[in-house]
Write a protein that binds this ligand. Structure first.
Ligand SMILES: C[S@@+](CC[C@H](N)C(=O)[O-])C[C@H]1O[C@@H](n2cnc3c(N)ncnc32)[C@H](O)[C@@H]1O
Length: 249
């Protein structure tokens, strides 16, 4: 399995994968409500949705009266986020860039990074660089909520190969454990026939300890951990790793 260098720059487009599947869009309002309960922001507060993708959470935040900036690398997804905001009649500031090169300075009351949109770089130093940029983007005392797949759960329940049935296609996931993370190849097979498409990617597997340490390196102090958007505690059985952290201030 060969994962292309900088795979994340070529993986996220509508011809292959869209994180805003009907099922994921349906879950977004409840997930956004959980996030907002933790962030306790006043109307008009500035919120950064780092790696906002097609904006399924960003529009929910904007509907609650927050000044939302969505940041992402994928042109396809940013176009979709703009269309979604237009349809819901909410303002959304959308910016394109690489999460390792954030230029914001003390602009945001809070930030979020949702649905495993972190841990894509094979150099841990790139993850730390991203978190440092994110910390610089926050006002002193600003909050950051991050939601990742739980590395502890993935390692314990590792399945090297399995099929999913999705709306219009079957998806084969091939995975291989590597130091610090997992290499994956997804193969999409359209139900109506046609060419199968494969793309490979890497995800660093974070645990409570390793994510806590990375956040601290960037000047963000973890304050709470959960194992689901329902607020379940983070145990070995939890498949999500959700952390609330605060910038020193
Ligand atoms: C799994 S998707 C999640 C999107 C969105 N948060 C959601 O929940 O629907 C990961 C997102 O990270 C974005 N991304 C990947 N690499 C990036 C990078 N280097 N800089 C900025 N965004 C990136 C992708 O374009 C994609 O939108």
């Amino acid at each position: 399995m060969k994962v292309p260098h900088e795979w994340h720059k070529g993986f996220f487009d509508n011809s292959f994968y869209n994180p805003a599947s009907p099922a994921a869009v349906e879950k977004a309002p409840a997930e956004a409500a959980f996030v907002l309960k933790q962030l306790k922001l006043k109307k008009g507060s500035a919120l950064l949705d780092l790696c906002c993708g097609p904006g399924r959470h960003a529009v929910e935040f904007a509907k609650k009266g927050l000044a939302v900036t969505g940041f992402d690398y994928s042109r396809d997804y940013l176009r979709e986020a703009a269309a979604r905001a237009g349809k819901k009649k909410v303002p959304l500031r959308l910016l394109r860039g690489d999460m390792r090169r954030l230029k914001f300075r003390g602009e945001f009351d809070a930030a979020v990074n949702l649905f495993t949109s972190f841990g894509y770089f094979q150099k841990l130093s790139d993850d730390i660089r991203t978190l440092k940029g994110l910390a610089r983007a926050l006002k002193p005392g600003g909050l950051f909520l991050i939601d990742l797949v739980h590395g502890g759960f993935v390692r314990k329940n590792f399945r090297p190969r399995f099929w999913h049935e999705l709306e219009d296609h079957y998806l084969l996931e091939d995975s291989r454990e590597a130091s610090g993370g997992v290499f994956n190849t997804w193969t999409r097979v359209p139900k109506k026939g046609g060419r199968a498409l494969s793309r490979s990617f890497y995800t660093r597997m974070y645990t409570k300890a390793s994510l806590g340490a990375a956040l601290k390196k960037a000047g963000l102090r973890p304050v709470r951990f959960w194992g689901s958007f329902g607020g379940a505690p983070l145990t070995g059985k939890a498949n999500r790793l959700i952390v609330l952290a605060r910038k020193k201030g």
